[in-house]
Every structure is written in structure tokens, then in C-alpha cells.
Unconditional design. Structure first.
Length: 297
């Protein structure tokens, strides 16, 4: 009997040790009062810390505490995340949002040849163009917003960079309003500043988290647009600012202001490989920050 009990105890102890080793990285990351720091997550199984995004950065916007960090000093192309800066420039210019703007041939992308359902000749209000640019990442809409800015595109891009400097985004540069150029670059820390600034604009909060919108284009068709961030349709998320992005040079990107454990947080995910991976990474990061995974302390 004693021999059987000793054998059973040894087996249980071995299993407990194996589980402890498996969960140790998560337990260490969740030590009270310390920011979570995972500088080189490799994508192997490690109880939720495995992210497919090259860059992941989560900050508590109340305390400025870094809750999760992976390659946070990287400067990368940010693709359509650029449209948040486009929206900020438009919002701060106090231009008439009901002004009618027509999509012209110059708004067609002949750099990346990205698709668009806004046919040339379509006329929408500035507000509608901003809506489509933020919610559905419409490139022709974003280009038209820059083109019709007082002083034209050159003045608009100059103001994008002036706004970046004013926000302390010292590692960012913008050359056009759509994000199609890989020369639009930023860092995770800078993007948190951009998220904070845009969250102070009620119109940007509303339009970037809108679920869907319909417009009638010049060919008479009704085009239904949806938000490119599928998490805005998930009742488990309270998203206040949202923007996705993709070009080949940037990979799939996602930035948000949302709530975790009742506190406002900024989430930055850059260069994720796979269309849905950035959303899965957002869920993984939230689980880590909210301590949803079991730990052995």
C-alpha cells in the first residue's frame, strides 16, 4: 500500500512540476505592480503569450503603465493606420463636413493598384468620405480628403507631419494620406499618442467604430461598407477608436482604444501575418492583461 501511495505521489508531483514550468512565464509576467514584458515572443505555445504579430504594445492610458510589450521600439510602415492622422487633420481643420466632394481620376490608386468601389464621379460629403476612410479604409476617400484640403495635398501632408510633431511622435513620418506608401512609418509608442489624440475627437470615435454604412455611387449602385475590424461587432469588446491596415511592407496591422479590466487601454499590433491573426492576437493580449489564464503562484 505504501509503495502504491509513493508511486502515485511521485506521479502527481511530476505532473505539478511540469505544469509549473509550463505556466511560469505567464505567472512571472503577471507579477503585481510590474508591466508585462515579452520582448521576443517566438510564436511557440506558451499559454497565450504566443503572438503572430511582430510588434505588440498595450498601454494603460490612465497610468501610462506598459501592460504588454514586444518589439516596442520598432519603426515600421503603418499602412492605413495613417488614416487616423488623416482624420485628425480633417477634424482639427473644422472644415464644413457637409461639403460635397467628387471622386476624380486623380484619386485612383496607381501606386499599389488597390481596389475601390467608389467609382470616379461619385459625390459624397466630407463626413461620408471620412466615414468610409476610417471604417472601411477606403483609399479613394482618404485621398479625396487630402486633395480638397485648403492648399491641396502638399499642405495636407505638411499638416499631417506638423500634427505628429505636436503630439511628440518623433519617430513618425507621413508622405500621403492613405497609407499606401511604405514611407508612412511610425513606432508603437508614437501610435499610442495618435490613439490618445484621436480618442479626444468625438467624430473620429463615432466613425471609426461604426459597424456599416451605405452610399450610392456614380454608377447608380448602392454600396454597403462594413468595418474592417471585426471586433467592433463583438459585444465582448468596448472599442472607442479603431483602425486596421495592410500593405505588403507593413503586414496586417490593428490599433484600438478599448477597455480591459475597466480601464482604458491602447492596443498596437503591427506586421501580423494572416488576415485574421491580428484579431486573434488582440484576444490573446487581452487574456494576458486581464489575467484570464491560470497561474501557479
Amino acid at each position: 500500500m505504501r509503495k502504491y501511495l509513493n508511486k502515485t505521489l511521485s506521479a502527481c508531483l511530476g505532473a505539478f512540476c511540469a505544469l509549473s514550468m509550463q505556466l511560469a512565464p505567464v505567472a512571472h509576467a503577471q507579477t503585481a505592480g510590474k508591466p508585462i514584458s515579452v520582448p521576443n515572443v517566438t510564436g511557440t505555445a506558451d499559454n497565450g503569450a504566443s503572438l503572430k504579430s511582430e510588434v505588440a504594445y498595450v498601454v494603460d492610458l490612465n497610468s501610462n503603465q506598459v501592460l504588454f510589450s514586444k518589439n516596442s521600439d520598432t519603426i515600421r510602415p503603418i499602412a492605413s493606420i495613417s488614416k487616423l492622422m488623416t482624420a485628425l487633420v480633417i477634424a482639427k481643420a473644422h472644415l464644413p463636413m457637409n461639403e460635397q466632394i467628387q471622386i476624380v481620376d486623380g484619386d485612383v490608386d496607381r501606386f499599389k493598384y488597390s481596389s475601390s468601389r467608389l467609382s470616379v464621379g461619385t459625390t459624397l460629403t466630407r463626413r461620408e468620405l471620412l466615414h468610409l476612410a476610417l471604417m472601411s479604409s477606403e483609399n479613394r476617400a482618404a485621398h479625396a480628403l487630402g486633395r480638397t484640403y485648403p492648399g491641396g495635398m502638399e499642405a495636407f501632408v505638411r499638416e499631417m507631419n506638423a500634427q505628429a510633431r505636436a503630439l511628440g511622435m518623433t519617430r513618425s513620418r507621413f508622405v500621403e494620406p492613405t497609407g499606401l506608401s511604405p514611407m508612412n512609418v511610425s513606432s508603437p509608442r508614437d501610435l499610442v499618442r495618435l490613439i490618445q489624440a484621436t480618442s479626444e475627437q468625438p467624430l473620429i470615435r463615432q466613425l471609426s467604430t461604426s459597424d456599416e454604412y451605405e452610399v450610392v455611387t456614380s454608377n447608380g449602385r448602392t454600396q454597403k461598407y462594413k468595418n474592417t475590424n471585426r471586433l467592433v461587432r463583438n459585444s465582448n469588446w468596448a472599442i472607442q477608436v479603431s483602425k486596421t491596415g495592410y500593405i505588403k511592407e507593413s503586414g496586417d496591422c490593428l490599433v484600438m482604444k478599448t477597455q480591459m479590466d475597466g480601464r482604458p487601454v491602447a492596443v498596437v499590433l503591427l506586421n501580423s501575418q494572416g488576415r485574421l491573426t491580428r484579431f486573434a492576437d488582440a484576444v490573446r493580449v487581452r487574456h494576458l492583461v486581464q489575467s484570464d489564464y491560470p497561474t501557479l503562484l
